[in-house]
Design a protein around this ligand. Sequence first.
Ligand code: UDP
Ligand code: MG
Length: 308
Amino acid sequence: MSLDLTVIIPIYNEEINISILYDRLKKVVSDISVSHEFIFINDGSWDNSMKLIRELVEMDSAVRFINFSRNFGHQIAVTAGIDASKGNAVVIIDADLQDPPEVITEMYHKMQEGFQVVYARRKSRAGESFFKKFTAKLFYRILAKITSIKIPVDTGDFRIMDRKIVDVLKDMPEQQKYLRGQIAWVGFKQTYVLYDRDERFAGETGYTYKKMIRLALDGITSFSNLPLKFATMTGFFVSGITFLLSLYALYARFISKDYVPGWTSLILAVLFIGGVQLISIGIIGEYMSRMSANVRKRPLYVVDDTNV
Ligand code: UDP
Ligand code: MG
């Protein structure tokens, strides 16, 4: 039996949102009349979330759940949902109703037009601090500049994707998940719909600044080697300056004779060693960036279909 749609819902202390979310999702799937499953991943909540999920399971055979032993983080929760999903199309949505479930209808229809990924791009964001919006905007733009793949800006994980994409994601074993980057990396035909991001319906954000910074660093290190190259570039830059200063030190010693004894050899040694060290670190960086790409063990390419 194949299912039309899987909806993945990561849950971290969302007791006040679960039943409203469930009702709105149920309405959406009946509107577009698809066979479906809802996978709730309880990511170590310490409120009543799990109890409420179990009640839904009793009531509705389309509801499935994965209960984590502790809080592993949002990206990992979504990954568990992806691994368990059976639908031909898979939706990722936040539980706090910031992603309006009704947008799924539009995303689903867009997908029927022949796209493999339809992500929801935020036109506006209600009820979030200036600081969060500002840092998010800045981060997405920097990331877009320093990566070679096109990671869409102003987009969270709210999206629908085809089984083809889901199967590739399951083959990407990296420990640091930055799903929106991975999905962009996979390719196929991707598009977006615009939406207004609502305010969190109730409860508090589970994304502390610490979690946000970790996600940002995972995104950068998984998709860009620019920081490593930075070491090499500084190495060469400093060496260049060192060279000029060396010439000056030699000039002071032998031509203008305006020098303190011992200073020339000392400064030359310091400058030279500094430059060499930075270049060496840079070169190690070059090797490490290639090594880390290998440790990631991503497939080399993705075949759409073939007749071999
Ligand atoms: N979430 C999770 N694990 C966490 C933090 C958050 O599963 O460690 C879930 C949370 O329940 C919600 C989604 O991830 O469904 C987005 O989190 P949140 O709304 O707290 O983040 P924000 O919208 O403030 O960035
Ligand atoms: Mg939220």
